[in-house]
Design a protein around this ligand. Structure first.
Ligand code: SF4
Ligand code: SF4
Length: 279
């Protein structure tokens, strides 16, 4: 069975898709968003050992030049990744899909589905396929939370076990997207189009940072495309940038004003989108 580096499993979440769900967060992301609120999920741990001395309960130990994590001793104080100089976390576990499902099965009476997030969950494609297949066998709904860097249209096997994708559209213009994430957005926009046509687009999310990109244009173009494709029921989540958790060097970004967020929501609603939320 394929393994993935699992950052955390949340038994019950009502913010990672519709209804009560278990959410699984995988480590690693190819984007480097300036406003990332969980920068410790971006890189893989290189086992330098720096964080071990900050772990007072002894959940982190070093053996054979590797840092090991014992979840039973962890008090989730976050001291380890606050002191990691590499944007990583040693508070992770290498788990098979079946091991993850063993934890999710305990929640079965209380959840309607699972959402796999990150980091960027599609970096672990084979693991995803196994995990979502197991979840389907339990009668659970399955959602992926993605930055759109994976070509979903070319993976019919994965899409067969995926009910929907919650897709980040971080900026419409290529140059803007490069400034926000360090990466091109051609694949993201192909996914937006393809997922909407395939009936697999559950949600689009845009984090609003007026200094970084043309937010009006992004919301307008996304909404116009969804309207053109008749995908009016997908939720469009317009997310207020907040500095909490953001890396020190990017903390100077200014959160948007409430009236600007409402203006953006109005643009989306003006195209006929039925489920526009500002959070
Ligand atoms: S989490 Fe960071 S500080 Fe800790 S061992 Fe890994 S790379 Fe080093
Ligand atoms: S969060 Fe990190 S530092 Fe805190 S107890 Fe857990 S492993 Fe140790």
């Amino acid at each position: 069975m394929a393994k993935a580096t699992v950052n955390k499993i949340i038994s019950f979440s009502c913010v990672d898709g519709p209804g009560n769900r278990s959410a699984v967060f995988l480590q690693g992301c190819g984007f480097d968003c300036r406003y990332c609120h969980n920068p410790e999920t971006i890189h893989a741990c290189i086992h330098c050992g720096e964080c071990v001395k900050y772990c007072k309960p002894g959940a982190l130990t070093t053996k054979n030049e590797r840092v090991n994590y014992d979840i039973t001793k962890c008090v989730f104080c976050d001291e380890c990744f606050r002191h990691c100089p590499h944007g990583a976390s040693a508070r992770t576990r290498e788990l098979t899909a079946e091991q993850v499902m063993r934890e999710v099965r305990r929640n079965l009476p209380f959840i309607r589905g699972i959402t796999v997030s990150g980091g960027e969950c599609t970096l672990w494609r084979d693991f995803l396929l196994e995990l979502l297949s197991l979840a389907k066998a339990e009668g659970l709904g399955t959602l992926l939370d993605s930055n759109g860097s994976y070509e979903f249209s070319k993976d019919s096997e994965l899409m067969t076990v995926t009910d929907g994708v919650m897709l980040d559209v971080k900026a419409w213009e290529r140059e803007d997207h490069l400034r926000v994430t360090g990466c091109d957005n051609a694949c993201v926009l192909r996914n937006l189009d393809w997922l909407a046509r395939a009936g697999k687009l559950t949600e689009v999310r845009t984090v609003v940072v007026p200094e970084l990109f043309d937010c009006r244009q992004t919301v307008r173009e996304v909404s116009a495309l969804l309207a053109k494709l008749g995908c009016l029921d997908a939720r469009y989540k317009i997310i207020r940038y907040r500095p909490m958790g953001v890396r020190e060097q990017y903390k100077g970004l200014t959160p948007p004003a409430e009236d600007f967020l409402q203006e953006l929501a109005g643009i989306a609603a003006g195209y006929g989108l039925k489920d526009v939320v500002v959070i």
